[in-house]
Design a protein around this ligand. Sequence first.
Ligand SMILES: NC(=O)c1ccc[n+]([C@@H]2O[C@H](COP(=O)([O-])OP(=O)(O)OC[C@H]3O[C@@H](n4cnc5c(N)ncnc54)[C@H](O)[C@@H]3O)[C@@H](O)[C@H]2O)c1
Ligand SMILES: O=C[C@H](O)CS(=O)(=O)O
Length: 481
Amino acid sequence: MTTQMISREMFLAGKWVKRERIIEVRDPQDNSIIHTVPAASAEDMLQCIEEAKEGAKIAANLPMHKRMEIINKAANYIEEHHEQFARTISREGSKTIREATKEVKRCIQTLRISAEETRRIHGETIPFDQVPEGENRIGYYERFPIGIIGAITPFNDPLNLVAHKVGPAIASGNAIIVKPSTVTPLSALLLAEAFSVAGLPPKILSVLTGYGNEIGDILVKHPAVRMISFTGGLQAGEEIARKAGLKKLSLELGSNSPVIVLEDADINQAVESTVSGAFWAAGQNCLGVQRVYIHESIIKAFQEKFVARTKQYRIGDKQSMLTDMGPLITEKEAIRVEKMVDEAIQKGAVILTGGKRNGAFYSPTVLTNVPKDCMISKEEIFGPVVLLYPFNELETAIQQSNAVDYGLQAGIFTNDVRKAFKAIAKMNVGGIMINDSSDFRIDAMPFGGVKKSGLGREGIKFAIDEMTELKVVCFHLAYNE
Ligand SMILES: NC(=O)c1ccc[n+]([C@@H]2O[C@H](COP(=O)([O-])OP(=O)(O)OC[C@H]3O[C@@H](n4cnc5c(N)ncnc54)[C@H](O)[C@@H]3O)[C@@H](O)[C@H]2O)c1
Ligand SMILES: O=C[C@H](O)CS(=O)(=O)O
């Protein structure tokens, strides 16, 4: 153990606990050990679920104004400690300090919106006498919490994507057990600290650190856990769907996002947006721009500007404000990306820039002439690689954009409103951005995809809808005429 290494506890039903078995949390930049966290056991998860049964009752009885107050206090805590939160995100994950700082700001927004949406959790009256059988009846439907939510989260946005589950869960009166990414658990523990300081009653929130196929599995299968809110890769998502049984599922999975650039686009705007969208978080971004379809009449100009802008990217120390892109989360992931690029090159792809690996670092890479049967064309890269394709007809670009098993978000650059609406109608995705890349999101909008990009929607209000059930109430009033 290095001297600066501190062992963290995990947050089990409102208590901070240590365990003998630990997991080393490493900085991908130099593989140094930052902290250790407990490797929770099956018994820990089972105990946590038992405590959450009580927590669910406490949460459901927490008045809305109290929930709003606690969520806002947690946001205040993060605001007061934003540098610590940003440094933690940047140390344990791939993000530069600039990218991490933005994630902290988004997390604060996510929680503020969660507090605001709390007051909007209500039902509506039902006009029962719209049919003869409904005469002399009055009533409504209301929303109520489902009980215990299991949340399993990925490595790439280790704070905000946890907040996207914890905020709505507390807003809607549920208990929630978070199993954060094994490799980036520290930010989730800091979020638990924020809620603990904010006065969240014990047993409502737990953050158990450990391995997905161990404690995550128990969370997924346990009958008392009434919803699994999962964000992560397709393989794990499909496995969770198979194992979960009869419970609510929210699956935010992978993508292979396309962007179409039409002949009338503002090329400089399109280049800036797609370069940023391709290389944010070293491409480890579910909304990352992976394929760009450029009209053949402007592809030479676009390509020159795109490559020139990519070459300006400063790769290096995540903690420097000058750095544009950090490492991938592990050297193993960088090697996976390298192999996908190598396969494409062997099949005829051309590298315009990049293609170099140094440990966990992989240079921002631009490919053309990539055959459609390459892994890198069909699957999710989840790395700093982008593919450029020419096209002549918009219809063709739309068909090619849709020709993968994913459909999270897309982008199209054009000033022709009719062509924009044609793309809106025909692109099979959960979100389409006009004159932005696929990598545009505000935390209040509905978020999720079709096909193998997932099931359901997050985006606070939409997560709250999925974390609650409806109850109809009907009074039969036999009026005395
Ligand atoms: N759609 C979205 O909102 C979104 C956002 C971020 C990341 N992602 C996706 O996440 C992936 C990258 O993140 P990752 O590498 O952390 O994903 P991952 O699937 O490897 O792991 C995600 C989480 O699931 C846990 N897990 C893994 N296997 C499990 C199992 N069998 N049972 C229970 N839990 C299990 C892991 O411990 C981790 O906490 C990419 O595919 C990316 O597209 C999607
Ligand atoms: O990686 C996927 C994230 O959900 C995208 S964002 O960081 O929330 O915009």
